[in-house]
Each structure stands twice: as structure tokens, then as C-alpha cells.
Design a protein around this ligand. Structure first.
Ligand code: MG
Length: 319
């Protein structure tokens, strides 16, 4: 998928708003005001608010400042310190105008303040404005993590996702597999057909890989020039090798002519697969190094093929 298709595919969805207040009557007023335009969730205290933010990932929190135990400022600071919740727009609801408090709120990362008693027209307008800004910055953030040429995830996205998958593998003690892919004789392809054809080839190959690796929690990213990388959580070496073989088979079946390839008359790809049950004391890059080694061997043994290995750890050392 290319960037312009991606943008037009981002359908406008109903915003999710979490209303947090220790007084039920205040929640009711805001709920009545916003329920027709948004999906509304409610929380009565700070701890509940934080839990719900993690669970439902709202676009916005309307956050009362004065609450017992955990006040609104504490909740906001907590949300902004957690990468999982830091992008939620926070609007504080305060009892009265207080310059010092507002400065503190903005410094904590809030986007706006609404004062009680609630003015329905102003409140609706402020919520709408901030949700629009939020959806624009969400879109920019997601575009910044896409590869501009091929439309798959870029290397930055890969570097964000790998540690998350790694930790998940540590927690669940489940195997994590990566597939490193490299188009065979791609330099010769560019020399033969020119860079425009080279770019078109990269797009077709990327799209095919993306179509083949299709579980929602898998990731396909462009790793460099003509290299792609896949992260397959909860996947053992047999499963990973199977997927890699499907990719290799699907690329040659695209039948992209490559008359200077020494393997085939069509474009082919080689794959290195590595699998590990992650532990916290092993750096993630070991898994990439292992896949790179397998890829090198796949190239050496004739290309257009898959080689894979399980990464075995003994006394915190890879053997
Ligand atoms: Mg209150």
C-alpha cells in the first residue's frame, strides 16, 4: 500500500473519550453533552482512569483536577510517562480559573482546560478541535513509520516493534522468529533495467511479502536498500521457515524479468530465518545477526532459497 492509498484508507472513526471525575453529576453532564458524537467511557478515580486508558486507548481524556488519592495532575503525569498512553489528548476540567494550575497542567502535557460550570457550546467546540488535531498527529506519526517507496513499515518502526515483541516473548516464554530477506542480484537488476524499474520491483516485492505475512501482529519492514525483515511473534523455526519458503516461492512467481540474474530469468529472493525464546539478558540484535548469517549461507548455497537456525543460549551465551 502506498502513502496516498494509506491516507485515504484511514476512515474517520468515532472518537473515544474517557470522562474522569469523582462527582457522578459532573460525569453525567459531560456524558449527555457528548454521547451522540463520541464513544464515551467513564471513570470515578485516578487509578481507574489509568487502567482504562491502557485497556481502551481513548483519543481523549476529560480529566477532573480535584480528586481524592490520585488527582488529575498525577494521572496526567502518569499517562504522559507511559509510551502506551502518552499520545492521548488530555483536557483538564477545573473548578475555576487559576493561572498557576493551568501553567502546571500545560507543562504536564495537557492540550486544553475547560472550566466549571460547563458551557455546552464551548466545551463541544474545544473537544472537537482537540480531537481533530489528535487525529492529524496520529496520521503524521503513522506515516513517519512507513517506508515512502514501498509502503511497508520502515526501519524505525522495526526498531520500535522488535523490543516489544522481544519482551512479550520473554513474558510468555514463546519463540520469536525473524526473517531477513534480500533480493538476489538486485544491483544487476538496476544496472540492466534502470532505477525506475528497480523501484517498481521493490514495490512489487514488498507488497508480495506483506500479502504473505498476514497475521495482524506480524510486521514486515524495509530493512535497507533491497532488504526486508519480518517479525513473527509466537512462531517457532518450523513455522518461520514455512513462511519464508512461501515468500521465496511467491517472489519468483511474480515473474519479474531479470535477464542478468545468475539464478533464474525472473527476480528471486533469499531468506535467512532465526528463532529464539527471548530472555532479558540477551540483546535483540543477536537474533538479527543470526538471521543475517543464515541469509549469507542461503546466498552462498545458490540463492532463491531459505536457510534457518534456532538460536541456542547456554549460560547467557549464544552457542
Ligand atoms: Mg472533583
Amino acid at each position: 500500500m502506498f502513502i496516498d492509498e494509506y491516507i485515504s484508507s484511514v476512515a474517520p472513526v468515532k472518537g473515544k473519550i474517557l470522562i474522569v471525575d469523582d462527582q457522578v453529576v459532573n460525569i453525567k453532564i459531560l456524558h449527555q453533552l457528548l454521547q451522540n458524537d463520541y464513544d464515551i467511557y467513564m471513570a470515578r478515580d485516578g487509578h481507574q482512569a489509568i487502567d482504562m486508558c491502557k485497556k481502551i486507548n481513548p483519543d481523549m481524556v476529560l480529566l477532573d483536577i480535584e480528586m481524592p488519592i490520585l488527582n488529575g495532575f498525577d494521572v496526567c503525569a502518569h499517562l504522559k510517562n507511559d509510551p502506551a498512553t502518552q499520545d492521548i489528548a488530555v483536557i483538564f476540567i477545573s473548578g475555576h480559573f487559576d493561572e498557576e494550575k493551568e501553567v502546571k497542567g500545560f507543562n504536564l502535557g495537557a492540550v486544553d482546560f475547560i472550566h466549571k460550570p460547563i458551557n455546552p457550546v464551548i466545551t463541544k467546540a474545544r473537544v472537537k478541535n482537540q480531537l481533530m488535531l489528535k487525529s492529524q498527529s496520529d496520521l503524521l506519526r503513522s506515516i513517519a513509520l512507513l517506508d515512502g517507496l514501498t509502503g511497508v513499515a520502515n526501519r524505525r518502526k522495526f526498531e520500535q516493534v522488535l523490543p516489544v515483541s522481544w519482551l512479550q516473548g520473554c513474558r510468555e516464554q514463546q519463540p520469536l522468529t525473524i526473517i531477513l530477506l534480500d533480493i538476489d542480484f538486485f544491483k544487476l537488476f538496476n544496472d540492466t533495467y534502470g532505477h525506475t524499474e528497480g523501484d517498481a520491483c521493490l514495490r512489487k516485492v514488498a507488497q508480495k511479502i506483506q500479502d504473505t505475512v498476514n497475521r495482524p501482529y506480524d510486521l514486515v519492514a524495509r530493512f535497507g536498500g533491497e532488504e526486508f525483515i519480518c517479525i513473527l511473534p509466537n512462531t517457532d523455526l518450523t513455522g518461520g521457515t514455512y513462511v519464508a519458503q512461501q515468500i521465496v516461492d511467491s517472489i519468483i512467481s511474480l515473474k519479474i524479468a531479470h535477464k542478468t540474474s545468475q539464478v533464474s530469468s525472473f527476480v528471486t529472493i533469499s531468506a535467512g530465518v532465526s528463532t529464539i525464546v527471548p530472555t532479558r539478558d540477551i540483546p535483540e540484535k543477536r537474533l538479527i545477526e543470526a538471521a543475517d548469517k543464515q541469509l549469507y549461507l542461503a546466498k552462498e548455497r545458490g540463492r532463491n532459497r531459505v536457510l534457518g537456525a534456532q538460536v541456542v543460549i547456554k549460560d547467557s551465551v549464544i552457542v
